[in-house]
Design a protein around this ligand. Structure first.
Ligand code: PEP
Ligand code: MN
Length: 337
């Protein structure tokens, strides 16, 4: 169950609730969010009288949750979570459009991408600097030098920044440079990394694993939130299926379903889902129509020269054209960009 404490509840009241739960054999985790304080408690619900728990000073409400994920579930929180990352809000009324190259390659490449996506109306800049590549012989990223460039390009354009982290070291380094830390599909069940993400001071963009079920994906988010970081953005990026014509299969029913299961914002990545630039625009629009809170799209100033994921990257003109079709669609969905 989840015990939602009043925002003005005192440390003593929280301690009293924790002690009561402990006496009944529960294991607890307290999250001090900006908007609320929540105690997640796992144990035998038959052993405790929930209505007396509800009358304890400082307690706002007690919610019984049968799902394996608790804190990220809709039951724990009715209203949508809006994640504030730098100057961008993800979730809520406005669509978040994160765009930029798969990898930071050079200063010229990154600045050209950053200026172009900003001009077309993107809200955040993506750029990988620690790349989890399938082949050890592929470009692995510029690491900290890339982070410096990303931070500078973000500062110049006013765009919030997103980069992937792959281990404790990259997480601790990236935390100083960017606004959002991405955990990629290949690390979605790296539980040690998820726990560390729970202690990070920056929001986490959690991609769905290559073959992860929705429940496994939400359990991964639960790791982060229960470890102390409630600023999690989920990202559907396509899953492995029998189909080989596209790089992955974009699971848009997951976007619609996950919005009902969790209060966390959900975005979609049509670039990695399809692997084909000619499908990115249509799948972007489909994702927004399915209720996605935003998109993450790969854009490169010269996709044919990209060191990573060129075939799925849009050039600046293609991205601009996509953004122009996105505005009326967003409006039809009752949202802005
Ligand atoms: C990426 O965003 O560059 C990336 C590697 O994504 P994924 O983890 O979804 O494959
Ligand atoms: Mn990529």
């Amino acid at each position: 169950m989840v015990i939602v404490m009043k925002l003005d509840s005192s440390p003593e009241q929280i301690e009293n609730v924790n002690q009561r739960l402990q006496k009944h054999g529960f294991q607890m985790q307290t999250i001090h969010g900006v908007k609320r304080i929540v105690i997640g408690a796992v144990g035998d619900l038959e052993s405790i009288n929930i209505s007396t728990l509800e009358t304890m000073p400082g307690v706002e409400k007690v919610v019984r949750i049968m799902k394996p994920y608790k804190m990220v579930s809709r039951e724990a929180r009715g209203e949508d979570t809006v994640v504030q990352a730098g100057n961008v809000r993800i979730g809520g009324n406005k669509l978040a459009i994160i765009a930029g190259p798969c990898a930071v390659e050079t200063e010229e490449q990154l600045y050209a991408a950053a200026r172009a996506v900003k001009k077309s109306g993107a809200t955040a800049l993506r750029g990988g600097t620690y790349k989890p590549r399938t082949s050890p012989y592929s470009f692995q990223g510029l690491e900290e030098e890339g982070l410096r460039l990303l931070a500078a390009a973000g500062a110049e354009t006013g765009l919030a920044t997103v980069t992937e982290v792959i281990d404790a070291e990259s997480m601790h380094t990236a935390e100083h440079y960017v606004d959002i830390l991405q955990i990629g599909a290949r690390n979605m069940q790296n539980f040690q990394l998820l726990r560390l993400a729970g202690q990070a001071k920056k929001p986490i963009l959690l991609k769905r694993g290559l073959s992860a079920t929705i429940e496994e994906w939400l359990m991964a988010a639960e790791y982060i939130v229960s470890s102390g970081n409630e600023n999690v953005i989920l990202c559907e990026r396509g899953i492995r299926t029998f189909e080989t014509s596209t790089r992955n299969t974009l699971d848009l029913s997951a976007v619609a379903l996950v919005k009902t299961l969790t209060h966390l914002p959900v975005i979609a990545d049509p670039s990695h889902a399809t692997g084909k630039r000619e499908l990115v625009a249509s799948m972007s629009r489909a994702a927004v129509a399915a209720g996605a809170d935003g998109l993450i799209i790969e854009v490169h100033p010269d996709p044919s020269a990209a060191l990573c994921d060129g075939p799925q990257s849009l050039n600046p003109e293609e991205f601009d054209a996509l953004m122009n079709t996105m505005r009326p669609l967003a409006a039809a969905m009752g949202r802005g960009i």
